[in-house]
Design a protein around this ligand. Structure first.
Ligand SMILES: [Fe+2]
Ligand SMILES: [Fe+2]
Length: 213
């Protein structure tokens, strides 16, 4: 996967200039996870090679705009105020802008920027930044939406094990609302396997750390 390596080295290169914006390790790991999950979904639905390349690169970059969100908002414990939430929502557009400010504006990079911009659009039109709905949302953005939610739910630091265990049920409820129901159905078994395989280890280590406390 030469292109995948290329995508990662581009991100690492980019990371050196992003560090000064406090781009955290947590976001870096999350982006890597979302990249890998999105790519697996892309393979499952038989995307063309060039689309998989765009998907992977966009997934690695999707939250890079969070580096421009104040840490007091980004890491706030508890609920964000409506003003803070409006600021938080800007990260999708910031991700696109930051990416395009660092690369040649080739056709492919502009497409990657668009995929990144729309990674929080919902299938039912309730997302942001433009309330796009259904197939008006780029296919790769819809894939990243699924991978992003999956990684968010299964991160042991964020959710408790009972939620991780119910990931598929939680996502089932998002079908046709936040997430594309067709892509979700086609990647259901893949996500279920990923959950059982990788994330059962996460809940085990979470339980162990709680037992030690
Ligand atoms: Fe995001
Ligand atoms: Fe994300």
């Amino acid at each position: 996967m030469e292109w995948a390596i290329k995508g990662q080295s581009e991100l690492l290169h980019m990371n050196s200039s992003v560090v000064k914006h406090n781009f955290s390790l947590e976001i870096f790991v999350h982006s890597k996870n979302v990249g890998n999950i999105a790519l697996r979904i892309g393979e499952k639905i038989k995307l063309e090679q060039i689309e998989k390349q765009k998907l992977y690169e966009a997934a690695l970059l999707h939250d890079i705009g969070k580096s421009k969100i104040p840490q007091s908002i980004l890491y706030k414990e508890g609920k964000l105020s409506s003003e803070e939430w409006e600021i938080m929502k800007k990260h999708a557009v910031y991700s696109e802008e930051l990416f395009l400010s660092m690369v040649y504006k080739s056709k492919q990079n502009i497409e990657i920027g668009e995929i990144v911009r729309y990674h929080h659009e919902n299938w039912d039109g309730s997302g942001y930044p433009e309330n796009k709905a259904g197939e008006a949302i780029p296919l790769n953005s819809r894939i990243i939406r699924i991978a992003d939610i999956f990684d968010a739910i299964t991160r042991p630091r964020v959710y408790r094990p009972f939620k991780i265990k119910n990931t598929m049920k939680l996502m089932e409820n998002m079908k046709g609302r936040e997430i594309d129901p067709y892509i979700f159905d086609r990647s259901y078994n893949l996500l279920k396997d990923l959950l059982e395989d990788t994330y059962s280890k996460n809940t085990k280590s979470w339980r162990e750390s709680k037992e030690i406390e």
